[in-house]
Write a protein that binds this ligand. Structure first.
Ligand SMILES: Nc1nc2c(c(=O)[nH]1)N(C=O)[C@@H](CNc1ccc(C(=O)N[C@@H](CCC(=O)O)C(=O)O)cc1)CN2
Ligand SMILES: Nc1ncnc2c1ncn2[C@@H]1O[C@H](COP(=O)(O)OP(=O)(O)OP(=O)(O)O)[C@@H](O)[C@H]1O
Length: 223
């Protein structure tokens, strides 16, 4: 087994980010927060960061879909470990004709495969507490990539399986969209030769073009 020189640092960073995300999500809920207006108590509607993130992802996908002459295929994920829950967005996509596929972990060292999902799909359990639909394989046009940590260049840290790195390396033309919360940005994120950056990052604060948006899923010089 080849042990990466960064593996311990990555392990510690992963744990820290996972703990922070759990704490963050518990503290968030859609709410109508009362505040004192000039003439008494009024209700000021506020959307949670998850809801804003979903709106941003939706806007981005619909914009892309409008440039396609066939239904767009989005590679999504069923939430794990306190990730933002995008399931309502997938129901929405299905309703408006955007096709959704979910990943299947075929083997530990393999890239992910994507299976078509609909609200009527039967889900089966997979490795690492994942679940995926029973159905046909699809090739996503847009691939949502869950972020645990990221930097502005689109490099990311996940759960350490290397699944998205392998998957993106095989699909240089796929539009990879990392998603998460803005506070998950890690300034001095270390990345290795196998890491493949995402082209675009979407958070509750909006869209960040990483510099790869019009090119392939390719590695860039470090630094
Ligand atoms: N929602 C979601 N689904 C996804 C991913 C993801 O990041 N998010 N994946 C993205 O790749 C794949 C699953 N990858 C995963 C890789 C590792 C672990 C995990 O729990 N690892 C253990 C260590 C297990 C071991 O040592 O063997 C851990 O973190 O404790 C979970 C998912 C496919 N589906
Ligand atoms: N293209 C690849 N080919 C072979 N092995 C790879 C490839 N990409 C990543 N790996 C292996 O996967 C392991 C985990 O990589 P890394 O720590 O970057 O995971 P991660 O990015 O956090 O996980 P994920 O991509 O699943 O979210 C590394 O040890 C690496 O050897």
């Amino acid at each position: 087994m080849i042990v990466s020189p960064h593996s311990l640092e990555k392990k510690i960073l992963r744990k820290t980010l996972l703990d922070q995300r759990r704490t963050f999500l518990h503290s968030q809920q859609d709410s109508y927060s009362p505040y004192k207006g000039k003439f008494g108590i009024e209700a000021k509607p506020t959307l949670s960061p998850v809801s804003v993130l979903i709106k941003n992802l939706r806007f981005y996908v619909l914009d892309k879909a409008s440039t396609f002459s066939r239904p767009l295929i989005v590679g999504g994920v069923w939430p794990l470990k306190g990730e933002p829950d995008l399931r309502s967005l997938f129901y929405d996509f299905y309703r408006i004709g955007v096709r959704v596929a979910l990943p299947r972990v075929v083997r530990k060292e393999s890239p992910l495969k994507f299976i078509e999902w609909s609200p009527f799909s039967i889900l089966q359990d997979g490795l690492y507490k994942t679940c995926s639909p029973i159905g046909v394989f699809l090739e996503p046009d847009v691939l949502f990539v869950p972020l645990l940590g990221f930097n502005k260049k689109g490099y990311r840290i996940g759960y350490g399986g290397g699944f998205y790195d392998r998957t993106l390396a095989l699909r240089p033309h796929c539009l990879s969209v990392g998603y998460g919360f803005s506070w998950q940005e890690v300034e001095n994120l270390f990345y290795e030769d196998h890491d493949v950056p995402v082209k675009v990052i979407i958070t509750e604060q909006g869209l960040l073009q990483t510099g790869l948006s019009h090119g392939k899923n390719e590695k860039r010089s470090k630094g």
